[in-house]
Design a protein around this ligand. Structure first.
Ligand code: UDP
Length: 245
């Protein structure tokens, strides 16, 4: 990757210019961060596993009619993707209560919501990703109301598809975060990654935590947990194209 043009270095991924002007290479790093970058560690193999999980999930979503930035794998931790103008909003869906929502509403961890909740957060490390609502989003020109409604609908559709996929893997999809952007043809596309770094995933039977909360809380090695997620997805989606070392 050293001879490529760097576009952006993020906390867990690095973006390089792709072969066409509207394409990028996304390189999944082993860097793991939490609490807005306050806790940091390099965890060997994490990038490779998240690359494989994201690749499988994006392929599954594309198969089910969700337009994503994913084009193809390049090596064991890089994908080629469409370049998007990313909307600076994180779209979070919650099926089960966990994490930051527990500070806002009177329910206990593990409470199953009657219907999924969507929340919007302004993407800003400086401001600590504050929660915002559709009026903030439109009034501050972060995204048009029309696009926001389209994305909200897509986010619920992704939740429906992922909940059912993870359920077949014996995993509860507790919550997750999506990012969307606009491509050079003005299409709204799902971007970023979908992995245990951006989802809460619990084993259906044992309730074992299989996501980044293990790192956030210092409860062990995330690689073992992420591997379990990958192996179950590979089995369910019948994909053994990249086996784990
Ligand atoms: N999330 C994320 N990136 C962020 C914030 C949250 O991927 O910058 C994911 C997180 O992993 C979880 C969901 O979004 O699956 C909801 O996160 P929450 O608002 O509960 O924040 P947290 O407790 O993770 O700080």
């Amino acid at each position: 990757m050293s001879d490529l043009t760097l576009i952006y270095e993020g906390k867990a991924k690095t973006l390089y210019q792709g072969p066409a002007s509207d394409e990028i290479f996304i390189y999944f790093k082993d860097d793991t961060t939490a609490f807005n970058g306050e806790k940091k560690e390099i965890i060997t193999q994490k990038g490779e596993i998240n690359f494989q999980i994201s690749r499988l999930i994006f392929k599954y979503l594309e198969k089910n009619g969700v337009k994503t930035h994913y084009l193809k794998p390049v090596d064991e931790r890089t994908i080629l993707a469409k370049k998007l103008d990313i909307i600076p909003v994180e779209f979070v869906i919650r099926n089960i209560a966990a994490g930051s929502v527990l500070k806002r509403i009177p329910v206990k961890q593990g409470f199953e919501f009657k219907s999924p909740i969507i929340e919007y957060f302004y993407k800003s490390d400086e401001m600590g990703d504050p929660m915002i609502n559709p009026y903030h989003i439109e009034a501050c020109n972060l995204c048009s109301m029309e696009n926001l409604m389209t994305i909200t609908e897509k986010t619920f559709r992704v939740n429906h598809l992922l909940k059912s996929l993870f359920d077949k893997c014996g995993i509860i999809l507790v919550d997750f975060k999506l990012e969307f952007g606009i491509d050079s043809q003005n299409n709204i596309m799902l971007g970023d990654e979908i992995s245990p770094d951006s989802c809460r995933l619990w084993d259906k039977v044992t309730k074992e935590v299989l996501d980044k909360d293990v790192f956030r809380k210092g409860n062990g090695n995330i690689v073992d947990k992420y591997k379990k997620v990958l192996e179950r997805l590979q089995e369910e989606l019948n994909d053994k194209s990249q086996s784990l070392c």
